[in-house]
Ligand binder design. Structure first.
Ligand code: ATP
Length: 143
């Protein structure tokens, strides 16, 4: 990727995907925001490089988005586990290098692992772990 910018896409603009999108954009990164919900896409057009309405469970739709060559795609679809799995499967099948996916539960996690998700995120659990580490490192500094 020498000479060209790293490209990110975020699918699902709920609290998690929305925060990822805003932070990437704030850090000056190139980020494509995608959601099936038109209102969210309109809102995120101000917090992303591009924002698009799409249902990502459709392979033709994903191909038309041109995200095959994006460096990172974050799948932040929550409640609809089937949509999350199908989206991840299509992304890996078309050859996206790094697909990071938010998991809803352990069953979801296992399936994501099998279909080749590159990183599986459990926002509350991961944040709890990090906070505990911060608490301890804070204590080390205080001590
Ligand atoms: P959070 O906890 O991060 O707020 P959540 O777990 O409640 O999220 P949802 O709100 O269920 O997650 O999903 C996040 C977003 O994903 C929603 O805005 C929804 O419109 C979008 N989404 C769901 N299915 C699809 C799909 N097939 N294609 C595109 N976007 C989708």
């Amino acid at each position: 990727m020498m000479g060209s910018k790293v490209q990110y896409a975020v699918i699902g603009l709920g609290r998690f995907g929305g925060a990822v999108t805003r932070e990437l954009f704030n850090m000056g990164r190139e980020v494509l925001a995608i959601d099936a919900n038109e209102d969210l896409v309109r809102e995120y057009s101000a917090y992303s490089t591009h924002a698009m309405i799409a249902n990502t469970t459709d392979e033709a739709t994903i191909k038309a988005l041109g995200i095959k060559n994006f460096n990172y795609v974050i799948v932040a679809i929550g409640d609809d586990i089937q949509a999350s799995i199908l989206t991840t499967l299509i992304l890996k099948e078309i050859g996206v290098e790094n697909v990071w996916v938010k998991a809803q539960n352990e069953y979801h996690h296992k399936v994501l692992e099998k279909i080749g998700a590159d990183r599986i995120i459990h926002p509350e659990k991961d944040m709890g772990t990090r906070i505990a580490q911060h608490l301890v490192s804070q204590h080390v500094i205080d001590y």
